[in-house]
Design a protein around this ligand. Structure first.
Ligand SMILES: [Zn+2]
Length: 284
């Protein structure tokens, strides 16, 4: 899949696309049984008919601008500690890395790695375990991460920070930026706090065309209809609801392409208003 936004080329690497959690567990505020109203449009791509779980993708976006090769969010990775999900814990499946190479990407040629935030499914491949040491997967890249996000992660000191962030701070590759940082006039950040304190969206613009990578400010097309549902692990639930609502309103108004982190494939589309609610119209 290659998308184009002006002269920016977009591609992705899906590490996994799986039934993940039931809507009731993912969205604790959702009324019991409400999923019955939505099965007809969600199954089988966004809701697994067998398990009743939401289907989510875990993926990295590849951005090629005329100047830079950029990756946004680096999935779960191998050998990482994860206390939440057993299937994410100490993975040995390195197909993400092989797909990267298959796409002709030499890790040494990646200029920038952006992390929308520092949960374990967004920074895992920042590093690899080689001979018992965490080394940067991208030896020549600068890792662009919001300062606020790094500060919170350092405070929490979770395995994702120890294994996927600290080693690249130590090699001097992390650039701690403001949440409205601009790389240039084609790639810049927007603060979208709530899911985590320093969560950012990544905006792209070229030749009058626009797109935005929304990270984890929203998790399922179902949540477009109910932006006031908090996601189970949102850090500041009130703030995440505000961020989600204003993001959906803005995309409805500007009709910019949205590249999601977790919506099922193709994971991209547009926000529209229909019957008094937001809907996500997937693009092909
Ligand atoms: Zn995530």
């Amino acid at each position: 899949m290659t998308l184009q936004v002006g002269d920016i080329l977009l591609d992705r690497i899906v590490e996994m696309e799986i039934p993940f959690m039931t809507p009731a567990d993912a969205f604790p505020d959702s009324p019991a049984g409400i999923i019955e109203e939505h099965r007809h449009w969600m199954e089988p791509t966004a809701l697994c008919p067998e398990s009743g779980m939401l289907i989510i993708a875990i993926q990295t976006w590849i951005i090629r601008t005329p100047q830079h090769l950029i990756l946004v969010d680096t999935c779960i990775g191998c050998d990482k500690t994860n206390h939440y999900f057993e299937s994410w814990h100490k993975r040995t499946d390195d197909s993400w890395y092989l797909k990267l190479l298959d796409k002709g990407i030499n890790p040494a040629e990646v200029d920038f790695v952006f992390c929308t935030h520092l949960h374990g499914d967004h920074c895992g491949w920042n590093t690899r375990l080689v001979d018992g040491r965490w080394i940067p997967t991208f030896p020549n890249a600068k890792y662009i991460i919001a300062r606020q996000e790094i500060d919170q992660a350092a405070l929490d000191n979770a395995p994702a920070y120890q294994e996927s962030v600290l080693p690249i701070i130590e090699t001097g590759q992390v650039v701690a930026v403001d949440t409205d940082y601009a790389l240039d006039d084609q790639v810049w950040l927007q603060p979208t706090p709530g899911h985590t304190p320093g969560h950012v969206a990544v905006h792209l613009a070229s030749k009058g065309q626009r797109a935005v990578l929304c990270g984890d400010l929203i998790h399922s097309p179902l949540q477009c209809l109910y932006p006031h549902w908090k996601y189970w692990i949102d850090f500041d639930q009130k703030e995440s609801i505000q961020t989600r609502k204003s993001f959906l309103e803005a995309r409805c108004a500007d009709n910019n392409l949205v590249l999601t982190a977790h919506f099922p494939s193709p994971s991209t589309g547009y926000v529209e208003a229909r019957d008094g609610a937001f809907w996500f119209r997937f693009s092909n």
